[in-house]
Design a protein around this ligand. Structure first.
Ligand code: C2G
Length: 130
């Protein structure tokens, strides 16, 4: 049984989120997703997500190809999360390419292409203009 972890905020769930998780799941038997906490987003991005961490977790865990979710409390805890889950792979979007290569000592690290022309920030801007 091969297990992978992936991480993200997944605020205002969209097609790009769906596609990357769907593709990540194809590499393994079980995909677990770390949902970055509201506090982590406030600290790192300067604003709380539109959807709460509970709502974001519920949406991701409802996906048939996701085996489970947990809250990512800190960006610096990836090694601990990978070890706790006994993960064989860490899968991230290509915006993070090279950033997590240090975990190659405990698992395979893969970066997948992002879906072009969609992002949460862009959606928020578009909605504001309606
Ligand atoms: N994504 C994608 N295509 C898009 C937008 C997002 O493939 N057009 C992917 C991202 O690459 C990421 C996932 O969807 O793998 C979630 O994206 P974000 O919510 O923006 O998460 P991010 O800020 O990258 O993660 O430890 C990492 C943190 O939790 C932050």
């Amino acid at each position: 049984m091969k297990k992978a972890l992936s991480f993200g905020t997944f605020d205002i769930f969209h097609h790009g989120h769906l596609k990357i998780l769907e593709r990540a799941a194809q590499h393994v038997d079980e995909l677990y997703v770390g949902i970055s906490s509201d506090a982590l987003n406030l600290k790192k991005k300067g604003r709380k997500p539109i959807y709460s961490q509970e709502a974001r977790s519920e949406i991701i865990s409802a996906l048939s190809f996701v085996s489970g979710v947990f809250i990512e409390e800190s960006l610096e805890l990836k090694r601990e999360y990978l070890l706790e889950h006994n993960a064989d792979m860490l899968i991230m979007g290509c915006d993070w390419t090279g950033k997590f290569d240090e975990f190659n000592d405990i698992c395979e690290v893969k970066y997948l292409d992002r879906t072009p022309d969609i992002s949460t920030t862009q959606l928020i801007e578009q909605i504001k203009q309606v």
